[in-house]
Design a protein around this ligand. Structure first.
Ligand code: C2E
Ligand code: CA
Ligand code: CA
Length: 710
């Protein structure tokens, strides 16, 4: 009874407790639960009496290991102190309890009851979990931000690092510095003083800092770190100290440096790019202005780079540009600037050169360095460059003026025949702008129908029998001016316009031939002049095959005239092309013979039928015995090779008789007939039979196109 009374008293106390109180019998069946228990769990005494609390309260998240331990202890009659556990309410909501269980014995020592006191610790648990979670998140955020923190005690100079700091600073955990002094000693030599100063300002004036420094990381690599330091005043038991945040900014720094580099360098060659050049040029000009120094700007442009790029591929092209860049770099002083503007255009800025002769020497040196053979992908390549020079202050005061003028001089150098250099001059400038004007007009000429062909007859030397005509291009501008081909054809060649123009000439000449043929009946020939780039064009063969088929031209009806220079440029490829043209039954003539470097040996290799003796020899032959000798020799030589000779520019009867006397085969010249428009040809053919009409006899050409140059 005594036990029962005791329980009664106990009950009174616990009735008002904020803790949950559960009393079970020795078998752990519920006998009593207090109102707090009902409040928290939702279970009332009548509902739970006789049930086991574990059955009632445990759920999926309840730690079964703890449950087993509790059970074992209780069955041994031991008490439980402060075990935390997840229980479940009646409505299924989990809650955390802190559990104390005491066994109750009667006087004889027999176990009769258990008294369990449960404290609801859900809130505390939740806030602790939230704290842990936010700590985890912070650590994760720090890791992602490549950031860590440390604290440093001013008194003891001890330093504590946050977890994961080793990854940020790139040192094994064991090597993280444990004092600020140790920390400073890990920095790059040049950065130590700054951190030291910042630290002392923080200690003495509580001034926060932010600095960037290089840290020698474990792998011997440099890491860029940004560090922020804050002063933490003493609080409670904590002494005044500092808190530091460190960020690994290596990647950003690298990206930044890379961007800087890219902004100022040409990625292919590593040379200065256009922007850097501009900047440097401005700077150097300022210095030159102040010091009275002279400067030279050299514009280097590779010759025919496009052809190499197109035929050998971009990789070879890139290698070639790199090699050229290196050669230019190596050829000048370290203080001179070498840059690439893009494509195959390079610029060299020479400072402190005052004599034009010195610049001249450097320019020659640069060109010869570039012209030296290069081995690229097992291929020996030869490339030349053209170089234009402008001088400060003579040719311009500003960067843009000097650039423009060096470019103009380079353009002039190209015109002089490449692999050469040229200084800027005002006269050159004027010529160039005229030329550009001409080029832009020529671009429209074809489309506007301003181009036409004139034809100059060719005769057999003795019989004055008409053999055919040479097609000669004419250009009349909208304002009525005739522009001579000697002026506009070089422009067309350089601008690439010669391709469409040349194709048009070919087609036009063949179309005219067809009309002549219909009118004339007999054999007649049309000769067309070809430019170098036309001979290099692989499409030429197909085009000519098409034309001869379309106009039904017999073998030899179409003759192509090539100058020695054209045939000699890249002789291997030219001869190959000429052979293929011969395969199409086209006849070939070497134009302007004698003006170049043709040798007998060379002529022998060409698959040609005719040479055209240049008119300069014919012109002065009456007065100049040398020219007579040359004509005679050329005729003999040609005949010995089985070639026919056409004399050009026959203007007098004396010239004609001399040439006939020495066995010249064909003739062409004002004396026999001037170049004439197509209508003139038709008129001539109408009158011309196998027997020459009287008016066509030497000296009485009536086909003098009035008002037109020839
Ligand atoms: P070329 O091929 O040597 O043409 C002959 C030039 O000599 C023509 O000048 C012609 O008018 C001129 N000529 C003819 N007989 C006499 C004469 O008795 N005395 C003198 N002093 N000159 C005579 P043109 O028509 O001004 O042509 C000049 C050059 O332009 C040509 O020289 C040729 O190299 C080039 N050319 C003309 N048409 C074309 C063309 O369609 N394509 C290409 N690629 N070049 C062309
Ligand atoms: Ca010609
Ligand atoms: Ca000629």
């Amino acid at each position: 009874m005594k036990v029962f009374d005791e329980l009664q008293r106990f009950r009174l106390i616990v009735e008002h407790s904020s803790n949950m109180v559960v009393i079970t019998d020795a078998e752990r069946r519920i006998e009593y639960v207090n109102p707090s228990y009902t409040r928290v769990t939702g279970w009332t005494l009548p509902e739970v009496r006789g049930l086991k609390p574990g059955r009632l309260l445990h759920g999926p998240l309840t730690d079964s290991e703890s449950v087993r331990r509790i059970s074992r202890a209780l069955s041994l009659g031991e008490s439980i102190d402060g075990v935390e556990l997840v229980n479940y309410r009646r409505d299924g909501q989990p809650y955390w309890v802190r559990l104390h269980i005491r066994p109750v014995h009667d006087e004889s020592g027999r176990l009769t009851h258990f008294v369990a006191i449960q404290t609801d610790v859900t809130e505390r648990r939740q806030s602790r979990e939230a704290l842990m979670a936010s700590e985890r998140r912070l650590a994760e955020a720090q890791r992602l931000a490549r950031m860590a923190s440390f604290e440093c005690n001013f008194d003891t100079d001890e330093m504590f690092w946050s977890p994961g700091a080793e990854q940020v600073v790139g040192l094994p955990e064991a090597l993280l510095p444990c004092s600020f002094r140790g920390h400073v000693s890990l920095l790059h030599h040049d950065d130590r003083a700054a951190l030291d100063d910042a630290y002392w300002a923080l200690v003495s004036e509580q001034r926060p800092y932010e600095i960037e420094y290089r840290l020698l990381s474990g792998e011997g690599k440099v890491r860029w770190i940004r560090e922020r330091g804050y002063y933490l005043p003493a609080e409670g038991a904590l002494p005044s100290r500092m808190c530091g945040l460190v960020f690994d900014i290596s990647a950003t720094k690298e990206a930044h440096d890379r961007i800087q580099y890219l902004a100022w360098h040409d990625t292919l060659t590593g040379l200065a790019n256009r922007e850097q050049l501009q900047e440097v040029l401005h700077q150097r000009l300022e210095v030159a202005r102040d010091t009275g120094q002279h400067m030279a700007l050299l514009f280097v442009d590779l010759d025919r780079f496009k052809t190499i790029n197109d035929s050998l591929g971009h990789q070879v092209g890139d290698e070639l540009l790199k090699t050229c860049a290196q050669r230019l770099r190596d050829a000048v002083r370290g203080t001179d600037v070498v840059g690439r503007l893009g494509g195959d255009e390079f610029v060299v800025v020479l400072a402190g050169v005052d004599a034009e002769a010195a610049v001249d020497r450097i320019a020659s040196k640069l060109l010869s360095r570039i012209a030296a053979p290069m081995l690229i992908q097992d291929r020996e390549l030869h490339v030349t460059a053209s170089l234009g020079i402008s001088l400060y202050p003579r040719d311009g005061e500003t960067a843009s003026e000097l650039m423009r003028h060096a470019d103009a001089a380079m353009y002039h150098a190209k015109g002089k025949g490449r692999n050469t250099h040229s200084f800027f001059s005002e006269e050159l400038n004027a010529r160039l702008s005229e030329r550009f004007e001409l080029e832009s007009q020529l671009r429209l000429a074809l489309a506007r129908g301003e181009l036409s062909l004139h034809f100059q007859p060719q005769f057999q030397a003795e019989g004055t029998r008409l053999i055919g005509f040479e097609a000669l291009l004419r250009w009349q501008t909208p304002d009525g001016r005739w522009i001579p081909p000697d002026q506009f054809i070089p422009v067309a060649e350089e601008s690439g316009l010669i391709q469409p123009i040349g194709n048009w000439v070919l087609e036009e000449a063949c179309a005219h031939w067809q009309q002549w043929r219909a009118q004339y009946g007999g054999d007649i020939r049309v000769a067309v002049n070809l430019s170098a780039s036309q001979l290099r064009d692989r499409g030429l063969l197909a085009r000519i095959r098409q034309l001869t088929e379309r106009f039904d031209m017999p073998p030899g009806a179409l003759e192509l005239e090539l100058t020695e220079a054209v045939a000699m440029h890249d002789p291997g490829a030219s001869i190959e092309m000429m052979k293929e043209l011969r395969g199409l039954q086209v006849s070939l003539a070497v134009d302007d013979f004698g003006t170049g470097y043709s040798s007998l040996a060379y002529l022998k290799t060409l698959p040609i039928q005719r040479i055209k003796l240049d008119r300069t020899f014919v012109k002065d032959m009456e007065l100049n015995p040398d020219d007579q000798a040359i004509c005679k020799a050329a005729i003999q030589m040609a005949h010995s090779l089985g070639l026919e000779v056409v004399a050009e520019g026959v203007e007098t009867d004396a010239q004609r008789s001399f040439l006939v006397g020495h066995g010249c085969d064909l003739m062409q010249g004002y004396h026999l007939g001037r170049p004439m428009p197509a209508s003139g040809v038709m008129a001539l053919l109408a009158n011309h039979t196998e027997r020459p009409p009287p008016e066509l006899r030497p000296g009485r050409s009536r086909f003098r196109p009035s008002g037109r140059p020839s």
